[in-house]
Design a protein around this ligand. Structure first.
Ligand code: C2O
Ligand code: CU
Length: 487
């Protein structure tokens, strides 16, 4: 039954563990699949046009097992898109699935009409051109489904992919590139005895047949859904052979409900474990050394890992200290060979990677957003400022160009995400400064239990309706979302 297994969730994640009931591969035996890259269909008239067909596919996620997925273009995750800052891109989505969809470019500075509003649906058989002006700096974005009530299920079943924005500033830095820049999209999933994704949803689970009125997530999984298989770029606990050289890891926590605390095991014998150069919204002003990385759902970290510090032959496991048993491991790097390196060592990166203008909050209006459990249409759910999401109601109207302080308050862990423009964390908890993982431009912030986090935000360029929501996708589907209008 879909809605049972529950007792072994980790203390650091909300969510209930779904146990797989199929034989799983031994960790670190499957090679990390290269991210498929989507080439533009056309690059004329100053813009890049991409075509993506959303379609069902049967793919080998576990070796020798065929799993039904909802896909962007037939792969899981969807293909990597790369675009240039300042150069508009259009992604033409065709929906060849049998469910309505809505595409959101997470971290995109996107006009409202292309932002993937949860009720702005592309129905089966329809196409839609999503226009991305790309008036934003280089950053790691990701795209995923955003259909109302079904985001968690659709993303779980495969509708997610990574989108890298490039620019000249980043190109000019001595960062590892080519094969030494590795995109790692981390998600957790579970499989049923037929090798199918095991999502406890009303539309796919047994629950559905008995509860026609259900939202996307059934009652037992209101906290969230934790899988018991860690997938990186769609492969279970994969391994990647690396040169004994510096690598740039572009990390995405794409899990629905699982937070990660990443370390390298063994740690490098010298130097920092990770040198962070960027966050959700692109480059930091200066590199930051970390001995671990806490990543809430939907956050991205851009870090350097220096495998030249390890002897050839070392197996370096990327571990998740928030996970127990098999979920305590993510993937493995096998230091395979000596090799030359023309990227700069972490301690010789320029001190100024980029400039970030601190938003001036003098006299700024403070707006509170409180994320709590609450009643949603007579059932238990999640609310913001006491209200469940209503796509027709604007919880705020925010003037373009004016900096505001947004204060996020929570009962439990909620990764809070804001559309349209990134923000700057100015205070967390009792400390009136950002936490160690809050630096740079952020679009998602890990708000911890009974904490308040203040961010400075300023919206620019586009008027229309946008969203603020929890990125625990089961919370989002249980209405922890609010719309605001810019104008
Ligand atoms: Cu990643 Cu509104 O979403
Ligand atoms: Cu939440």
């Amino acid at each position: 039954a879909a809605a049972t297994g529950c007792s072994t969730s980790t203390p650091t994640s909300t969510g209930q563990l779904l146990p797989s009931s199929i034989a799983l591969p031994r960790p670190f035996t499957v090679p990390l699949p290269p991210m498929p890259v989507l080439q533009p269909t056309s690059t004329t008239r100053g813009r890049d046009v991409f075509d993506l067909v959303q379609r069902p596919a049967k793919l080998e996620v576990l070796p020798g097992v065929r799993t039904d997925l909802l896909t962007y273009g037939g792969t899981f995750p969807g293909p990597l898109l790369e675009t240039r800052s300042g150069r508009p891109a259009v992604v033409r989505h065709r929906n060849a699935l049998d469910v309505p969809v809505s595409v959101h470019l997470h971290g995109g500075h996107t006009p409202s009409t292309s932002d993937g509003y949860p009720t702005d649906l592309v129905h089966p058989g329809e196409s839609r051109n999503y226009a991305y002006p790309m008036r934003q700096r280089a950053a790691m974005l990701w795209y995923h489904d955003h259909r109302m009530d079904f985001t968690g299920e659709h993303v779980y079943r495969g509708l997610l992919g990574v989108h890298l924005v490039r620019d000249d500033e980043e190109d000019a830095l001595p960062l590892p590139r080519g094969d030494r820049e590795v995109v790692l999209a981390i998600v957790d999933r579970s499989f049923d005895e037929h090798g199918q994704f095991h999502y406890p949803s009303s539309s796919a689970g047994e629950h559905a047949r008995h509860h026609a009125d259900s939202l996307g997530v059934d009652d037992a999984h209101i906290e969230g859904v934790l899988g018991d298989v860690m997938l990186v770029n769609g492969a279970p606990w994969p391994a990647l052979e690396v040169d004994a050289a510096r690598y740039r890891l572009r990390l995405l926590n794409g899990c629905s409900s699982r937070r990660l605390d990443l370390v390298l095991d063994p740690p490098p014998p010298a130097g920092a474990m990770f040198t962070q150069v960027g966050s959700d919204g692109g480059l930091l002003t200066t590199p930051i050394a970390h001995e671990h990385l806490v990543m809430a759902q939907a956050e991205r970290f851009d870090v350097l890992a220096d495998f030249s510090k390890y002897p050839v032959g070392t197996h370096v496991t990327l571990r998740n200290r928030f996970g127990s048993g098999p979920m305590g491991a993510v993937m493995r790097f096998v230091v395979a060979r000596r090799a030359g390196d023309d990227s700069a060592p972490a301690d010789r990166l320029p001190d100024r990677l980029s400039e970030i203008e601190p938003l001036d909050t003098t006299g700024a209006r403070v707006r509170e957003w409180s994320f709590t459990r609450g009643e949603v249409h007579g059932r238990s759910g999640w609310v913001i400022n006491g209200e469940p999401f209503d796509p027709e109601v604007m919880a705020a109207t925010v003037p373009l160009g004016k900096t505001e302080i947004w204060r996020f308050r929570t009962d439990l862990h909620h990764p809070v995400h804001v559309h349209l423009d990134p923000f700057q964390v100015i205070g967390r908890g009792t400390s009136r400064s950002p936490g160690p993982f809050d630096h740079g431009w952020k679009d998602t912030v890990d708000v911890r239990p009974a904490e308040h986090v203040d961010v400075a935000v300023r919206f620019t360029d586009y008027t229309g309706r946008y969203l603020i929501h929890c990125h625990n996708l089961e919370h989002e589907d249980r209405m922890m979302m609010a719309a605001f209008a810019t104008g």
